[in-house]
Design a protein around this ligand. Structure first.
Ligand SMILES: N[C@H](CCC[C@H](N)C(=O)O)C(=O)O
Length: 282
């Protein structure tokens, strides 16, 4: 199987051109686990298919390294946009991409035929508890809600970008207990579909630090949907403002994110090719 390994801020996936490679639906979860394995596979945070769509030039399907399929992936969308443009699946610089969470619109910045930056209109965040989904509590939205975990009182803001995120604000990001709180909260029964767990330190109204324990992949260098959800949460909690760009510092680099007055979240950042090759399936 031909593949392209790409990353968005160090959040890497194995990209497979499903216009050319014929893959069986029942094989996709195990293929994601296989290719993501750093010892016996290629090594990545998961698998992404660039596939045909009936409603857009291309469709993105994304699988975490545990084989679970997610409805959206911000870093993946920027890489899919680069892949689609550079492989000639799109001619325009602004085009739609189908995801399981719906259609998004990507705009590529091109220098000498190469995509150097991608801006994605991620659409509107989902804020109602039942659609995150998240159980417990009475309020319709989850904004700095007390969340007891192993006797510790945490304060969670829940936002979905088509995939669920639980965001906590911390004073010092370097001291965030990502490895301990992350896996416990990821599969807590109050999140019926499990959840991506994010920690945010506010630097200013236009700058935040961010760390993530991803649902289905663990700690990654960056999470694009998580960064969008973090900016939405920061605004809901009064730390940042709508229509003002926020620089999000992730382990693997920076994203520029704006939650616009029209309700849409714009995400802008890089997308890189690491290598191309042939993977011998077991
Ligand atoms: N782990 C996520 C999918 C990948 C999202 C992330 N890598 C991004 O860039 O948005 C989930 O299960 O919802």
């Amino acid at each position: 199987m031909q593949f392209t390994k790409m990353h968005g801020l160090g959040n890497s996936y194995i990209y497979v051109d499903a216009f050319k490679e014929k893959l069986l639906e029942e094989d996709l979860a195990s293929l994601a686990v296989e290719v993501a394995d750093k010892n016996k596979g290629i090594g990545s945070d998961g698998l992404i298919l660039v596939a045909p769509s009936k409603i857009a030039p291309v469709k993105m399907r994304i699988f975490n390294n545990d084989g679970s399929e997610a409805k959206n992936c911000g870093n993946g969308l920027r890489c899919v946009a680069k892949f689609a443009f550079e492989h000639g699946y799109v001619k325009e610089k602004t085009f739609q991409i189908e995801t399981l969470a719906g259609l998004v619109e990507a705009t590529v910045e091109v220098v000498q035929g190469r995509v150097v930056n991608v801006t994605v209109d991620m659409g509107e965040p989902i804020l109602t508890r039942e659609n995150i989904p998240m159980l417990g509590g009475k309020q319709d939205q989850v904004i700095s809600e007390c969340f007891e975990l192993d006797g510790e009182e945490l304060f969670v803001t829940a936002v979905s970008m088509g995939n669920p995120h639980a965001i906590m604000f911390v004073k010092d990001i370097s001291k965030a207990n990502v490895e301990t709180i992350g896996p416990k909260m990821e599969k807590d029964e109050r999140f019926p579909d499990w959840v991506n767990v994010e920690f945010v330190e506010i630097v200013s109204k236009n700058e935040i630090h961010f760390r993530v324990w991803e649902r289905g992949s663990g700690i990654t260098q960056a999470c694009g949907t998580g960064a969008c959800a973090a900016v939405v949460a920061a605004i809901l909690n009064g730390h940042c403002h709508k229509d003002e760009e926020v620089i999000v510092h992730l382990l693997g680099g920076d994203l520029r994110i704006t939650w616009k007055q029209n309700g849409h979240v714009l995400m802008s950042g890089g997308a890189e090719i690491i290598c191309e090759g042939f993977f011998e399936r077991k």
